[in-house]
Design a protein around this ligand. Structure first.
Ligand code: HEC
Length: 228
């Protein structure tokens, strides 16, 4: 074989190998993944995962456009790590969890806590005496935290997302969704801070994040999940 054809054969082999390992093999392993169905008496009673719809889907776009994924992951690693001990999940996350996400917002860094299950209520095992992070965090908690993280977590270094809120003059009765801010952060007399549509959809998205559904390929679900 001449030198140029050896080179060509080498290049072709490298290309074929990387195509096989990076495209064809993952496609063969994961390409036919489908949602997990639970059946009772021949009827489908549960489907997981489902497509995120409505305002939560719009909230996902806000999450991406605001760059939340720069500081937050949405991946729970296995029992060999401390992810589950920290209360970030009751099982590790697997490919099926992200089936309908395009693209999945896995994140690359953890400057803040993992958010894969931030909407799962009642079992995220925060220390029982941590009143700043109650196990059940509702939209009121999230709005206040987004507007001014230090209003809740005294030492938070998460940026404040004030742009997602509107300072509004109160005309008539105050709005029902006005934030209850501590005195030192409160708006001037006669004004109120209300979430814009982006903040509402973002919080709907955060509350929809729950990847605790048991999946066989993710191994056993830790006991904490049963509390919910
Ligand atoms: C510069 C890094 C950074 C960015 C960007 C960031 N966060 Fe955070 N986030 C943090 C840190 C640090 C904490 C932990 C302190 C706290 O709770 O405030 C946190 C905490 C949180 C928590 C509470 C999680 C828990 O389990 O207690 C939520 C929810 C959250 N962030 C949502 C968001 C959303 C939504 C965005 C985008 C709009 C965002 N974060 C952007 C750093 C960041």
């Amino acid at each position: 074989m001449s030198r140029s054809s050896t080179l060509f054969a080498g290049l072709a082999a490298c290309f074929a190998l990387s195509l096989g390992l990076c495209v064809l093999l993952p496609q063969a392993q994961l390409g036919s993944l489908s949602p997990d169905f639970k059946e009772e008496d021949g009827r489908i009673t549960e489907v997981y995962p489902t497509l995120t719809g409505g305002i939560a889907a719009a909230g996902r776009e806000v999450y991406i456009s605001q760059g939340c994924q720069a500081c937050h992951s949405q991946v729970v690693r296995g029992a060999e790590t401390t992810d589950m001990e920290r209360g970030w999940g009751v099982r590790r996350t697997v490919a099926r969890d992200y089936l309908f996400e395009n693209p999945p917002v896995l994140g690359v860094r953890r400057i803040g806590p993992d958010l894969a299950n931030v909407g799962a209520q009642g079992w995220r095992n925060e220390p029982a005496d941590d009143t700043a992070r109650p196990a059940k965090r509702d939209s009121t908690w999230h709005f206040l935290h987004l507007y001014h993280p230090t209003a809740i977590i005294k030492v938070s270094n998460m940026p404040a997302y004030k742009g997602l809120f509107q300072l509004r003059k109160i005309t008539g009765a105050p709005s029902l969704d006005a934030l209850a801010l501590p005195a030192e952060m409160a708006p001037p007399e006669g004004f109120e801070v209300v979430p814009k549509a982006e903040a509402k959809s973002l919080v709907a998205y955060l509350l929809s994040l729950n990847r605790s559904h048991p999946l066989k390929e993710a191994g056993a679900v830790a006991v904490a999940a049963k509390k919910n």
